[in-house]
Design a binder for this molecule. Structure first.
Ligand SMILES: Cc1ncc(C[n+]2csc(CCOP(=O)(O)OP(=O)(O)O)c2C)c(N)n1
Length: 576
């Protein structure tokens, strides 16, 4: 049997037996042995994209939506390097992801052989790495599978992607029917080790003293405030009832997926700008529980940094949860265990004493605030985002202004799932990731809202809308309007080197892939178009440059005397 087929079949058999369902492949010769196995793995959905940067994000979106790692397979050479942005995002937002990169066999490295370069460990600390050599026997195959299993366990426990760089020696195009591959082990054969990805994810509980601190903070009688950052919908669903039962007031970042699920305080930036005294009122709470503290609001980070009471940080993983610099213990616990801990404190007691803060602190309805131009029925960033509160599909919120507007104004009426890619807040793979996400919601598809520069960046992934139910809303304010808030002293530099307007519409880009495109300018029209499930289409909304950022500034204008966001040097000082 061909060694290349043995390795490809061995890797896929192992991953499929653990629950792999989605494999994203870009065309290439070195990775051909994986492609040729398609009919042997009917339980796998094969996704394709011609652009490996988009391919990585497509897999990332699928992993995010399903909670099960998806795999991206590439050929050798620069194809591998193009996965890096998605790997970085997966690492920083703890999205499980598997990268399988086909490589030339070792004897061709550094010989000048075509499309051959060093691929081992190319993602550095962003991935757990396994080198899979040319496999020539069952003994070698079994050893490779053990190493992959161990590495996968490490990757899943720490929320880090797994990179398998697999040497493939020619010939690559053997017909599996001519040289039969070993029989696939039965799905429930547990002699080989773990039987599912879930088996590889340990339940994590804190030690005794941290657990006791956790219980003290969470107990319903504790005078605590909760600030919830980034929680995927499945974790929010698991925790929401328990959080509600504590009765603690909750500041919910739009990424927390708690808005629309349980009563929470109005969006932090809006509340503290609109309701005099609210900032101080929140500061008066004696304890602060920061749950998965990855926040969009800089003002909230300042609030945490300066919080005068005790603070604890609760997280599923260990990193990326305290940009405020406030000292306080990090308590690592899985959401299931956290929920059980809370329920053990609240069970048998009357359901939550809704904190008076929830009633006391309110501000004008987001819709009223956003309706600045209602009389004209003209769309603005604010009115579009507010309208998305009624969406009947999950939503991916792009970076830059969409994320900030959503954190300030979006109040989902029902919890359909809010997604962001804010591990590193790149604007590079949003269309591909949204396509992948949509695969996980076959009944409704999803909606994504992104800026025009972000759309230009991932233009090639508009091709995916032919296959995926993605309603792509592009807020076209002609460039990166977020930069207009920075104090760039020279207007020409601001325009040329920051905002960088491209004066484009996306009709041509959608047209070249045969994707329906509409320009939408009226509120009533958009309301109709976003009703119901999504299909592959582009809705482009032309906006007045600068208007959105000014409006955001007005909505969240800080009342005099409020502290500003922490600078990096202040952060450092606070930590030391
Ligand atoms: C890959 C990558 N390159 C550069 C940046 C820096 N950046 C942040 S926002 C932004 C502009 C985004 O413009 P657009 O998508 O039009 O959104 P708007 O600012 O108008 O809301 C840029 C270039 C980034 N986040 N990611």
């Amino acid at each position: 049997m061909l060694s290349s087929a043995l390795a490809a079949n061995g890797i896929l058999s192992l991953l499929v037996s653990l629950g792999l369902r989605d494999l994203c492949m870009a065309p290439g010769s070195r990775s051909a042995p994986f492609a040729l196995l398609r009919s042997r793995f009917p339980e796998l959905t094969f996704h394709t994209h011609f652009d490996e940067r988009g391919l990585g994000f497509l897999a990332l979106g699928i992993s995010r939506g399903s909670g099960i790692p998806a795999a991206a397979v590439t050929t050798s050479g620069t194809a591998v390097g193009n996965l890096l942005p998605a790997v970085m995002e997966a690492r920083m937002s703890h999205i499980p992801l598997i990268l399988i990169t086909a490589d030339r066999p070792w004897e061709l490295l550094e010989t000048g052989a075509n499309q051959t370069c060093r691929q081992d460990g190319i993602f550095g600390s962003y991935a757990v790495f396994v080198h899979v050599p040319v496999l020539t026997s069952d003994i070698e195959l079994a050893a490779a599978k053990r190493r992959i299993s161990n590495a996968l366990a490490e990757a899943l426990a720490s929320g880090i992607p797994l990179h398998l760089n697999a040497e493939m020696r020619e010939p690559l195009y053997g017909d599996p029917s001519e040289s039969p591959l070993p029989a696939r082990p039965p799905a429930n054969d547990d002699r080989a080790g773990p039987t599912s990805f879930a088996d590889l994810r340990p339940e994590i509980l804190p030690g005794k003293s941290l657990m006791s601190m956790l219980r003290t903070f969470l107990a319903p009688e504790s005078p605590a405030l909760i600030a919830a950052g980034s929680l995927p919908p499945e974790d929010a669903a698991l925790l929401s009832e328990a959080l509600r039962k504590t009765g603690h007031p909750v500041i919910a970042d739009i990424q927390s997926n708690l808005r629309g699920r349980i009563p929470v305080l109005p969006p932090f930036d809006l509340l503290t700008a609109r309701m005099p005294g609210s900032y101080e009122r929140l500061r008066a709470c004696q304890r602060l529980i920061v749950l998965e503290g990855h926040f969009i609001s800089k003002k909230l980070l300042s609030f945490i940094r300066d919080f005068p009471g005790e603070v604890i940080f609760i997280t599923k993983y260990t990193d990326g949860i305290n940009a405020s610099g406030h000292p306080g213990p990090v308590i690592r616990i899985t959401p299931e265990a956290l929920r059980n801990t809370i329920l053990s404190l609240t069970d048998g007691k009357p359901a939550g004493k809704p904190d008076p803060l929830l009633r006391e602190l309110s501000c004008p309805g987001q819709e009223d605030l956003a309706a600045g131009n209602a009389a004209e029925d003209r769309l603005t960033e604010a009115s579009v985002i507010t309208m998305l509160s009624k969406l009947e599909t999950p939503l991916l919120i792009g970076n830059s202004l969409p994320a900030r507007f959503a954190d300030t104004l979006l109040a989902p009426e029902s919890p359909r799932g809010i997604f962001t890619l804010r591990g590193v807040s790149g604007i590079d793979g949003l269309i591909a990731a949204a396509s992948g996400l949509s695969h996980c919601f076959p009944d409704t598809g999803i909606t994504a809202v992104i800026g025009d520069t972000s759309a230009l960046y991932d233009l090639s992934s508009i091709a995916l809308l032919r296959k995926y139910r993605l309603r792509l809303i592009i807020l076209n304010n002609n460039g990166g309007n977020i930069f207009m808030k920075f104090p760039v002293p020279d207007d020409a530099i601001l325009k040329d080197l920051f905002v960088n307007p491209q004066n484009v519409t996306f009709a041509g880009a959608a047209g070249m892939f045969g994707i329906p495109w509409r320009q939408v300018t009226r509120e009533a029209e958009l309301r109709e178009l976003i009703r119901g499930p999504a299909e592959g289409e582009v809705l482009e909304i032309p906006l007045r440059p600068g208007e959105g950022i000014n409006m955001l500034r007005e909505l969240t204008a800080e009342a005099a005397g409020l502290p500003s966001a922490p600078s990096p040097s202040q952060n450092k000082a606070a930590r030391s």
